[in-house]
Design a protein around this ligand. Structure first.
Ligand SMILES: Nc1nc2c(ncn2[C@@H]2O[C@H](COP(=O)(O)OP(=O)(O)OP(=O)(O)O)[C@@H](O)[C@H]2O)c(=O)[nH]1
Ligand SMILES: [Zn+2]
Length: 201
């Protein structure tokens, strides 16, 4: 089961309760002073419930479900996929944060490699949950270390948080950058090489 605090678990959690989500959205519309029965809003609770089902689909997925394909290519140098689009939701305001993730690893001695698309799928598993950017970053790094047993991992995520743009402090354009570095990628030279590849435009 997924740990409800760290959300770091193996999943899947229970089924998405669409009816309950619909009722909650109806309540929210009433709370803001709207009429959920007026024509334009009549289908909104069901629509929003379906949207949340999609947005939080990662709660019902495990990293093992996507890191399936591995090959022994004997490649033992760094593999880095840059600019993977990230669309997640901050758990404080349930507003989106979006940007990019860069995920790199140095394969195990045996050269155990995964499909490139699987790194993007792994980001999705953790992004589609109520999140904070720091946890998203470490969960991607730690699950890669656990499942692929590489010699090192680097994950850098750059996002803009809607809760800082549409409300509150209102600072559009401010970017948050988080990183998680594991194993041999902690060595200064290797880390510097990875960072220069990540920062190169
Ligand atoms: N560390 C971290 N903070 C986040 C993330 N997403 C949102 N936050 C912050 O969570 C904090 C919640 O602060 P609170 O003071 O409880 O909430 P608030 O009154 O709505 O805060 P303001 O946004 O400053 O108006 C805010 O500072 C947000 O910017 C994230 O991914 N990581
Ligand atoms: Zn927020």
């Amino acid at each position: 089961m997924i740990d409800p605090v760290t959300l770091d678990g193996e999943g899947p959690v229970g089924e998405f309760d669409e009816k309950r989500a619909e009722n909650a959205i109806r309540e929210l519309l009433l709370a803001v002073g709207e009429d959920p029965d007026r024509e334009g809003l009549r289908d909104t609770p069901a629509r929003v419930a379906r949207a949340y089902k999609e947005i939080f689909a990662g709660l019902r997925q495990r990293p093992e479900d996507v890191l399936t394909t591995t090959f022994d290519l004997g490649h033992d140098e760094m593999v880095l996929v840059k600019d993977i689009e990230v669309l997640s939701s901050c758990e404080h305001h349930l507003l989106p944060f979006h940007g990019v993730a860069h995920v790199g690893y140095i394969p195990s001695e045996s050269g155990k490699i995964t499909g490139l698309s699987k790194l993007a799928r792994l980001v999705e598993v953790f992004a589609r949950r109520p999140q904070v950017q720091e946890r998203l970053t470490t969960q991607v790094a730690d699950s890669l270390m656990r499942i692929l047993e590489p010699r090192g991992v680097i994950v850098v995520i750059e996002c803009e948080h809607m809760c800082m743009t549409v409300r509150g402090v209102r600072k559009p354009g401010a970017k948050t950058i988080t990183s998680a570095v594991r194993g041999q990628l902690r060595d200064a030279t290797t880390r510097a090489e990875a960072m220069s590849l990540i920062m190169a435009r």
